[in-house]
Ligand binder design. Structure first.
Ligand SMILES: [Zn+2]
Length: 120
């Protein structure tokens, strides 16, 4: 897998996790349970995730980072989407068939601008 794609996928996981934490943080009762189980407050966890996200974003190439910022602004839940059977799951438009279905190359969808990875 392309190293930049790996970073993007990890970033996506971290962001999804952070959204989840923020949602739980807003619900007081479940937050108490969370702290009891993990011995870490939701606020601490969010700060840690945020730090990690910034570290990882710093590892992106400048042109990749520019696209990433553009796309993640529009799609807060993720800037990397799977392509299943040639269909982009960001916008549900068919990808050009001539496109090499390899995750060794960093690609994005011309339709929605999201980075894509191919799923068999
Ligand atoms: Zn798309």
């Amino acid at each position: 897998m392309h190293p930049q794609l790996e970073i993007l996928l990890e970033l996506q996981d971290l962001k999804a996790q952070m959204l989840e934490m923020e949602k739980r943080d807003a619900e007081y009762s479940s937050r108490e349970i969370e702290e009891d189980v993990f011995r870490i407050s939701a606020e601490e966890a969010i700060v840690q995730l945020d730090t990690k996200i910034q570290e990882m974003e710093a590892g992106l190439d400048p042109d990749v980072a520019a696209r990433y910022r553009l796309v993640s602004g529009r799609r807060p839940r993720g800037s990397v989407v799977p392509v299943v059977d040639g269909i982009c799951y960001g916008c549900f438009v068919a990808m050009p068939t001539a496109m090499t279905r390899s995750n060794e190359t960093l690609r994005w969808c011309e339709g929605c601008g999201s980075f894509v990875y191919f799923v068999d």
